[in-house]
Design a protein around this ligand. Structure first.
Ligand SMILES: NC(=O)c1ccc[n+]([C@@H]2O[C@H](COP(=O)([O-])OP(=O)(O)OC[C@H]3O[C@@H](n4cnc5c(N)ncnc54)[C@H](OP(=O)(O)O)[C@@H]3O)[C@@H](O)[C@H]2O)c1
Length: 335
């Protein structure tokens, strides 16, 4: 089968190759999926570049232990293992490749491949009203937005919610999910992104290039921060006294060794000493939450925003486009 492989860390144009490898064999608790589409995430970029360097501790010190790249996927089940109860051959699913499974290589194969084996907990039935390409855009960014708003941010109807990075992969889901929870939503992005942010339902927008949402002129019940381009003390000024700040990521690559980790830990360390709840999100793969996203999509509350699609042979170009930070919504790979 065809799969994108990389045997050393580095630049997309230099290390990613379209290879011919063996089709994986389905384990007892696994599904063999004919992948129809995948989506590119910054997670894949960090893995490919071993940036931050701590990636090497997990993925291989000198070279990647696993060849494959890509986490998000949508496709059709071609075979199920003997212990699988939830799905059957022919089901159309969306989700993510497995993370660390005891006794198995980390991410043995990525989703930028014609076939992949995943556990039944990592996928859910595809939203009926989405194509494979649209469905592949949902998992990682949608789970982060959902879990950030619902589990960490505890968003309630009537609350004032600000999404920093509202035009991005996570942000476009966050704006729509926050609206579905009944919040009044402000989306922050650059000038070119404001029409998109409005079009997906934001009540207000802030142009990041001319205005500072953290000036303290407006105060919010919740800030969901996918960008990390304002200091935490500035973000606190933009929160009501019992408001919540949720750090999800940084716009910059972050430190050489730990990347965004210090940025994500800082609010947690600060939280006991201030009146506001300061928190971080580390999104989890979760079958139940994929089902929640499927319902949000099928009920019309959430529509994936896709910036560009690339064929499997052009994953390197897709990664290079991701690197520019110009994408609005998701970049999708058609397999
Ligand atoms: N904690 C978790 O579990 C989790 C899960 C998923 C993702 N993440 C992280 O969340 C963050 C956002 O992910 P994403 O997929 O939404 O990212 P994205 O789609 O690449 O970008 C988010 C938005 O930020 C702005 N932006 C991008 N690059 C920029 C740059 N260099 N300088 C200034 N602004 C820039 C862009 O908006 P404008 O052009 O409108 O400014 C872009 O639309 C990343 O750090 C990612 O690693 C974390």
């Amino acid at each position: 089968m065809r799969a994108v492989v990389f045997s050393r860390y580095g630049l997309a144009g230099e290390v990613l190759q379209l290879g011919e490898i063996d089709k994986p064999r389905v384990g007892a608790d696994e599904l063999l999926i004919r992948v129809r589409a995948g989506a590119v995430n910054l997670y894949d970029w960090h893995t490919m570049r071993a940036d931050p360097r701590s990636v090497r501790l997990v993925r291989g010190l000198l070279k990647p232990r696993a060849d494959g790249l890509g986490a998000d996927l949508a496709g059709q089940i071609e075979a199920v293992g003997d212990d699988v109860t939830r799905f059957q051959t022919g089901d159309e699913v969306f989700g993510q490749v497995d993370g660390e499974v005891p006794g198995k290589p980390f991410l043995e194969l990525g989703s930028f491949a014609e076939y992949v084996c995943v556990s039944q907990d990592s996928v859910a039935l595809k939203p009926a009203n989405l194509t494979f390409e649209e469905a592949a855009a949902v998992p990682m960014a949608g789970l982060a937005a959902l879990q950030g708003l619902r589990d960490v941010g505890r968003t309630e109807a009537g609350q004032s919610v600000l999404i920093n990075g509202a035009s991005g992969g996570v942000g476009t889901f966050a704006v729509q999910i926050a609206k579905s929870f009944g919040a009044e939503v402000t989306g922050v992005g650059s000038t070119k992104s404001l029409d998109l942010i409005r079009s997906i339902g934001a009540d207000h927008t802030v142009d990041d290039t001319v205005d500072d949402f953290a000036s303290g002129r407006h105060r919010y019940d919740l800030i969901l921060d996918t960008n990390g381009n304002r200091s935490i003390s500035a973000c606190r000024r933009a929160l009501v006294s019992d408001g919540t700040y949720v750090a999800i990521g940084c716009d910059v690559v972050g430190g050489r060794w730990l990347g965004a980790l210090p940025h994500l830990l800082r609010p947690v360390v600060l939280s006991p000493f201030v009146s506001q709840k300061m928190a971080s999100l580390f999104a989890k793969r979760n079958h139940e939450d994929l089902r929640v996203l499927k319902e949000l999509v099928e009920d019309g509350h959430v529509v994936p925003v896709i910036d560009r699609t690339y064929p499997l042979s052009k994953v390197a170009e897709a990664m290079q486009y991701l690197e520019t930070g110009q994408a609005q919504g998701k970049i999708v790979i058609i397999v």
